[in-house]
Design a protein around this ligand. Sequence first.
Ligand code: ZN
Ligand code: ZN
Length: 203
Amino acid sequence: MKVELHLHTNRYSACAVATPGEFMRRLVEIGYEAVYITEHDAVWSEWEIAQLQAGHPLIRIFPGLERTLSAESMQHLLILGTTDPAYLQMEDPAEVLEKARAEGHLTILAHPFRWEGAAGMLDSGLRPDALECYSSNHTAAEAARAAAAAERLDLALVNTGDSHGLHSLNRFWIETDQPLQKADDIRRIVMNKAYVNWVGEAE
Ligand SMILES: [Zn+2]
Ligand SMILES: [Zn+2]
C-alpha cells in the first residue's frame, strides 16, 4: 500500500497550489491507497474529511496537521490522525508530543535539517515518533543527516511528499503491507517499522 504522509491542499495551506479534489484524483491515478492531509496550522473537521472521502472512494483519506512550534526555535511537527483544533493553541513541543502520544497519534518531525533549529526538540531531549527523511523540501544531504539522527536516537525514519502541488507526488512515500483502516493505525505501522521508504521519479 502506497501512502502519502504529508500533504497540503489549497483549502487551508496558502502555499499549496492544488485543490483537495485535484490531489485525490491524481493520487488514485498513480496508485496511492492512503493519504494524510496535513495543512499548516489548520485541521480539517471529521465532516470535511468524510465529504472528500465520499467523492474519492478509491483512496483512504485521513486527517492530521503540520504544527509550527516556535517556543525556542521554529520547528514543524506532523501530527497524524487528529482533527482536534486544541493543537493549534499549543506552543510547547513537550506538551504537544505528550498529548499526541496519549491520543495514539503518530508524530513526525518534518524536514528536521531544512533550517537551523528545525530539530531543536531533539537537542532538548524530546523525541517525536519519527523523523522525516526525504521529502520535496528536504535535500539528499539533509535526508542523510536525518537518517544519522534517527539511527543515533533509535527513531523511525519516513519519506513523505510534503506535497504542495501535483508535481511533488510520486517522489517520496512509504509502502506498507499492513492494514491501514483507521487513521491511527499508522502509528503502530511506523513504530513497528512495518513499512519501507520509497523514492520515485520526479514527475
Ligand atoms: Zn514544514
Ligand atoms: Zn509541509
